[in-house]
Ligand binder design. Structure first.
Ligand SMILES: [Mg+2]
Length: 392
């Protein structure tokens, strides 16, 4: 529910607006320009060895973009290869420096044109996402507004689900992580599957016993299975009350996803979309009618500008939307996304956001609530973040 007018008034007095109106309604401030784009790369080791059904990792790379303009700075980030930083400070900076800081649409279009010969989906779109988020953060700060309030509130907090349960965890670690999220008030948790049929069934049983009967159990196979393997596993997982199966087959296999969506037991939803970059990726998925819930990631799908378009597309297809990873960013924009069902409180990214940024949100009662008294996305780079700066 949106906060009361009284609370909203409090917000107005707690933020610093650079905009003033004269008696005849004229804006007194001058338009700020985008003056500079900077990017830094951070590499954060995982707290334990981690893997899912198709990949293993021991660190996460984060490219953080700063845009300067009007005496303020905007921050954005993407969980991408370090080479995204040189795209941000090279062709993307050349595309946006000098533009009106309020012209986030024009900046997005200019960046889109700038990467035509580099390749749009993938790395370039991750870099665009980080710059776009930083531009929106700057724009909101220049207006003295929290980002969600600038976008238009649909809600003032977003339901979150705990996400981790890596295949590298032993059963005790799996149970401990998921039951801690239940104790913290999360109403749903997600674990990784996709290693072996026997191990997966045992681990799902362990998870269900850890969280009890009332917490929703989601699984993510990260595209590990063939179509028939997926069908076999989904039917067995349903016996343990699994209600969400993510990427049971590769998210590029739209026909396979469609088959599984049609054949899965009632009550089991098929989800995919985390590798959606440009808007056409989401259009193809929606036209194929192959999922029950579309996922999108603001750090991949073109930032705030991109995910607003994805949400509109989902709405046109009567499709619920779920936000993938990057919980702090999705909490802010998610308050304005009408079809959003929930966001993913991903263990790695929640930890990284707290290590790198002062002001990263903590879940309360299974929800993330942006601080209404802070402009933009409400974070600054933490003093201790420097220890994770990548060499060079
Ligand atoms: Mg996933």
């Amino acid at each position: 529910m949106v906060r009361s007018l009284e609370e909203a008034t409090t917000v107005k007095t707690r933020t610093t607006s650079s905009v003033q109106l004269s008696d005849d309604g004229r804006v007194q401030s001058h338009a700020a320009k985008v003056e500079e784009v900077e990017a830094s790369t951070y590499v954060v080791p995982t707290d334990r060895r981690e893997s899912d059904g198709t990949f293993a990792w021991d660190r996460t790379t984060v490219v953080v973009v700063r845009v300067l303009g009007g005496g303020m700075e905007g921050l954005g980030w993407t969980f991408a290869d370090a080479s995204a930083a040189s795209l941000a400070t090279g062709p993307l900076a050349r595309a946006v420096v000098g533009l009106d800081a309020a012209a986030t649409s024009a900046a997005w279009s200019a960046m889109n044109r700038a990467v035509r010969n580099i390749g749009r989906p993938g790395l370039a779109w991750e870099a665009i996402s980080a710059v776009d988020i930083a531009l929106w953060d700057l724009r909101a700060k220049l207006l003295g507004l929290p980002l969600a309030r600038l976008l238009g509130l649909e809600r003032d907090s977003v339901r979150a689900y705990g996400s981790g349960g890596f295949t590298s965890y032993d059963d005790a670690a799996l149970a401990a992580q998921l039951s801690a999220w239940r104790a913290a008030g999360f109403s749903a948790v997600k674990m990784k599957v996709g290693c072996s049929t026997v191990d997966d069934l045992r681990r799902v049983r362990v998870a269900r016993e850890a969280i009890g009967p009332d917490v929703e159990l989601f699984v993510d196979a990260n595209g590990a299975w063939s179509r028939k393997q997926a069908l076999y596993q989904i039917e067995r997982f349903a016996d343990f009350g699994v209600t969400w199966v993510e990427e049971p087959v590769s998210s590029e296999d739209l026909e396979g996803l469609r088959l599984l969506r049609d054949r899965a037991p009632a009550g089991v939803e098929i989800a995919a979309g985390e590798y959606g970059y440009v808007l056409d990726d989401f259009r193809r998925m929606l036209v194929a009618n192959c999922v029950d819930v579309v996922q999108a990631d603001i750090t991949r799908c073109g930032g705030v500008t991109g995910i607003l378009a994805v949400a509109a597309l989902c709405e046109a297809f009567q499709m619920p939307l779920s936000a993938h990873c990057a919980p702090h960013l999705h909490a802010h924009v998610g308050c304005a996304l009408r079809p959003l069902r929930h966001l993913e409180y991903f263990h790695d990214h929640a930890r990284i956001e707290h290590l790198l940024f002062t002001g990263a949100l903590e879940p309360r009662g299974g929800r993330l609530s942006p601080e209404p008294g802070l402009a933009g996305i409400g974070v600054t780079i933490a003093a201790s973040a420097g220890r994770y700066l990548a060499d060079g």
